[in-house]
Structures are given as C-alpha cells and as structure tokens.
Design a protein around this ligand. Structure first.
Ligand SMILES: [Zn+2]
Ligand SMILES: [Zn+2]
Length: 258
C-alpha cells in the first residue's frame, strides 16, 4: 500500500510568499512488508513544520527528492536532510536532485550545500537512469521549465505507477512519458485561459490527463490566480473534458493507493 500526504498545495512565487497554501511538498510512504520506505518530494518552505503537523517523523524519512532548483521545491531540503541523518550523526538515506539542485548549472544552484550532500548515504543527480529506493523504482521524466535540468518522476511501486509531474509546460511528449500511471499528480499553477511560460494551466491538465488516462488525477501546486478561480471547480472541468476522475489536493490531504 502506498500513502501520499500533501504537505502543501501552493506553488509559484506569490502563493508561496504569502503562504496562501502551504508549500511542504508530497510525502510518499511505501508500506511493503519488510521494506517500508518513506520519501519526501519537493520540500518547499514549511515542509518541516507541516510534516510534524501531519504526524510525520522526519528522522524516519529514507529519501528526499528535489525535482528542481526553485524555492517552492527545495527550501526545507537541508533541514530535512539534517533530520534524516539524525543531525548528521548517521550516514543514511538517499538525497536525489536535479543537476541544478546538487551541482548547479549556469546561474542556478546548487541549492543543497556539500555539507548535507556528504552526510547522506547516497547522494545522486537524477537525470537519465532509474534509481531503486527500497521497493520503489524512480525513473526521471522530461520537463520544459525555466530550470533546464528539472526532472519529473515516474515512481513504480508494488501497487502500480505514481506519476509526479514536475513544473513544466505542456507537450504531448511529456504527457506520454507518464502513460500507464495509476495516479497522476499534476502541478497546475494557472486556471483556464491564463497561460504563462513553463507552467500548466487547467486546459493543459485536461489534455495531459486524457493522454495518460490514469485512474485518478490529482491537481496541486496552485498559484494565486488558480486559487481565485477555485481549484475544485477547475478539477471538475478537467474531469468533464478528459473523462478522467480528477480531484484538487488540499493541504494535509491523504490518499491511499491499494
Ligand atoms: Zn514550483
Ligand atoms: Zn519551478
């Protein structure tokens, strides 16, 4: 069984700065007997606080993944690495990040210092090859974003594929990379007819979901305009257009995939 906890559903500059919604990322727990594994994905500002409020003990995390080097995705990654390694006393856990996150590219990053990178057992740039985390297999997927090294995540589990799409523009190729996913997590920063570069709108999300055809599409990473438009109404529209069951995530929402 897989459990997803949404430690934040805000995204983009101003929803993050005003904390209109929390920005703590997604916590994925794999309860496979003998090999349970807990991964914190994209821990933005407030991730540590919201983990605690949702009953998550950050010292029990086994892996941290940062899809790209933007503050709504990485700000709490260092303090959560500190927790995962018991204050740097135990060399343990995985830290996976885009090249920008761990090494830096052009004028972006790195955003996790070498100190924390060396404290974990495995620190790796996630770019081309799949990684095995417990019973999970994490495969990088493409994105078109202002951080050119942004990676989406195709996470294979014993109960099927969870697609964690990173900040991206829409393209048919990108959507196609997540085919066969049971659950599709989409960062929909903008509502219908409010396009900006490098992000998804509700229109894009409907097309994306129709290509992937998951059992469930969950939209999250809402910017201010999306919050004004009402994410639940936008989710209903995506469902009507794509014929895929779609819900809008809320802060603290938990989903179990069996
Ligand atoms: Zn973002
Ligand atoms: Zn971004």
């Amino acid at each position: 069984m897989i459990k997803l906890t949404f430690l934040g559903t805000g995204g983009g500059r101003f929803a993050t700065l005003y904390q209109t919604r929390a920005t703590g990322g997604v916590y994925l727990e794999d309860f496979t007997p003998e090999k349970p594994f807990r991964v914190h994905i994209d821990p933005g500002p407030g991730a540590l606080v919201h983990a605690g409020r949702n009953g998550i003990n950050p010292t029990q995390t086994d892996g941290i993944i940062v899809t790209h080097c933007h503050p709504d995705h990485y700000v709490d990654a260092e303090i959560l690495t500190e927790a995962m390694t018991m204050g740097g006393r135990r060399k343990k856990g995985f830290l996976l990040g885009s090249r920008s996150t761990l090494e830096g590219v052009e004028n972006i990053g790195p955003c996790i210092s070498r100190y924390f990178q060396k404290n974990v057992e495995t620190c790796m740039i996630i770019e081309k090859t799949s990684m095995k985390l417990g019973e999970l297999v994490v495969t990088p997927a493409p994105a078109i974003h202002s951080d050119p090294t942004t990676v989406g995540l195709r996470i294979s589990t014993n109960t099927g594929i969870i697609a964690y799409v990173a900040d991206t523009e829409f393209s048919k190729e990108i959507a196609g990379a997540y085919r066969n996913a049971r659950v599709l997590i989409l960062p929909v920063t903008r509502p219908r007819a409010a396009k900006i570069p490098y992000h998804l709108t509700t229109d894009d999300a409907a097309e994306f979901a129709a290509i992937v055809k998951p059992e469930l599409c969950i939209i999250t990473h809402f910017g201010l305009k999306m919050l004004e438009a009402d994410p639940e109404a936008e989710a209903r529209w995506i469902e009507q257009q794509s014929k895929v069951k779609c819900i809008a995530a809320s802060d603290g929402m938990k989903i179990e995939v069996d």
